[in-house]
Design a binder for this molecule. Sequence first.
Ligand code: BCO
Length: 569
Amino acid sequence: VLWGIHMSCPGFHHVPQHLRCQSLSGAGALRLNDYDRPEAFNFASDVLDHWTQMEKEGRRSPNPALWWVNDQGDEVKWSFREMTDLTRRTANILTQACGLQTGDRLALILPRVPEWWLVSVGCIRTGVIYMPGTTQMKAKDILYRLQVSGAKAIVTTDTLAPEVDSVAPECPSLKTKLLVSDHSREGWLDYRSLLKSASPDHICIKSKTLDPMAIFFTSGTTGFPKMAKHSHGFALRSYFPACRKLLQLKTSDIFWCLSDTGWILANLGCLFEPWTAGSTVFAHHLPQFDPKVIIETLFKYPITQCLAAPSVYRMILQQNFASLRFPTLEHCLTGGEALLPEEQEQWDRQTGVLLYQAYGQSETGIACGTLRGMKIKPGSMGKAIPPFDIQIIDDKGNIQPPNTEGSIGIRIKPTRPIGLFMYYENNPEKTAEVECGDFYNTGDRATVDEEGYFWFLGRSDDVINASGYRIGPAEVENALAEHPAVAESAVVSSPDPVRGEVVKAFIVLNPEFSCRDQDELIKELQQHVKSVTAPYKYPRKVEFVSELPKTITGKIKRSELRKKEFGQK
Ligand code: BCO
C-alpha cells in the first residue's frame, strides 16, 4: 500500500532566490505583498518542496503534512518529505504512463482518499490542468465534463469506473483512465501499482503565475455548468499577507476542511491554505456525511481549526450533544452559503469558539471574510481580502454608497487581481456577460456598511444555493423532464431550517399521472433525479401545480415562485 513506500527524496529544487525570505513566520519561503505579481510560481516547488526542505533542516515540527483517517481505524500520516516524494512519483505517472503533457486536462473525481492530494499536486508539478469533480456525479454529468473539456485522462475509484466506461466511447479525447483501487480493471491503469514503481525523480515545471492550473465547473441559471479556469496565481493568493490573516495558521496547527474534494473550497482548505503555512491537513474519509462522526472526530483528534459550510455547523448544533466543548479547537471558519446571526452566536455559546464567516465562489476563491481576531459582526461575511477590491455595484458597474443593495463586484480593470478566475473556458459570451464596467459581477446581492463589512442578500439570478451547493435550476428541470410523469417543471430555491435553502420543484404532471398517489410519485421523482444527476441536486420539496407562471412570451417566471417561497411579494 502507499504508505509502505520507502522515502528516497532526491535532489531538492530550490525556491528561486528572488522569492526567498529570511524570516519564516508560518508562511513559506516567498516574501510578497498583497499586490505583487511574481512572474513565476508553482505551489508544488515553491511551497510543498520548501516545507520538505524545512523538515530536512529540522526547521519544522514533526507534525505530518497530511493526517488522514477513516471509520475503520486506518490512518495515513505523511510528512512533507513523503508528500514531495509521492507527488513527484505521481507526476511521472502522469507524464509517462498516462502520456500527458502540460496543458492537457485531467478529470479528478476522487473521494477524500490520500491519492486526491497526490494527483492534485502531481498535476501542479506537470502543468496538467486538473478538473475536480464530486463523486456524487452520474454518467451523464461525467460525460458532459469530459466532452466539453476535451479531457485526455480521468482518475477515479471502483465506484465510478463503470459510469465512466459507459460513456467513454462518446469521448474521443479520453485516452487514459487511471484507477485508484486495490483491484485492477480492464482498460484502466492501476495507480497504486504504478506509484510503487514510479521514479521519485521529477523536475517540476517552471510555471508562470498566470499559466492555467485548474478548472472548476460552476452552475448558472441556464444550460450546463461553466468551466471557471484558474491560474497558478490562485494558489499563490494563499501566500499574500492579507490572506494569511484570514486563518493565521501556524506550523503547529491541525486544520480540517470538510468540503467535498470536488469543490474549490477543498482546494483552498485541504491544500493551499494549510500547506502554505506549513500546517497539518487533517482529513476524514467521511463517505457519508454524519454530524455525529464529525463531533466524535473533533473530540478525538487534536484539530485546532475547522472550515466547513454553514449547514455542517448547523447540523452539529442540531444534534443536541451534552457538550460541544472540543478540547483543542481554537478557530472555526465557514463559507459557501448564508449563515444566520443567531446560528453564529449559538455556535459561540455552545463551543466557546467563535465562528468566522467568509464568502467566495468557484470563480473567486475566498473573496472576503472576517479575518481571525477582527471584530465579528454576526450575519456579515466580513471585509474584502486584498488584492481583491470589492464594491457593491449597480447593473452598469457604478459603485453604490454604503447600505445600498447591489451586486457584489470585484474590480478587474485596470488590473485583474491574482486569484480571480481567468475566464470561462470556451465561453467568451459568458465571460463577457459577467463583466460589468470595471468589475467582475458575482451575481450575488449584498450591501456594504460604512466599516466595509459585507452583508449577503441573495442571488440576482435563479441559481440556487442549497447547503453550500450552487445548483442551476435548468440542471434539475432537465433531469425531471426525463421522467414520463413530468409535462413541465420550474425549479427554485426554498427556505429550510437545516440546509438554509433547498431545491423545490413545481411540477405540472402529464394527465395520465394525475391520479397517482402523490407521496409515492414525489419519492419516485426524487429518486429519478438522484439517479440521473448528482444527488445533491434532487428536489427536497415538490409541489404539483396545474400550470406555471409565465411571461407573455412563454418564459417561466421562476422569480415569482421563489418570492412566494420566501414569503415576499
Ligand atoms: O438527504 P438524502 O439522504 O435524501 O440525500 C443525500 C445523500 O444521502 C444522497 N447521496 C449522496 N451520495 C449519493 C447519494 N445518493 C445516491 N448515490 C450517491 N452516490 O444524495 C443527497 C446528497 O445531498 P447532500 O450532499 O446535500 O446531503 P448530506 O449528505 O446530508 O450532506 C450535508 C452537507 C452539509 C455535508 C452537504 O450538503 C455539503 O457538503 N455541503 C457543502 C457543500 C460545499 O462544500 N460547498 C462549497 C462550495 S465552494 C464555494 O462555495 C466557494 C467558497 C470559496
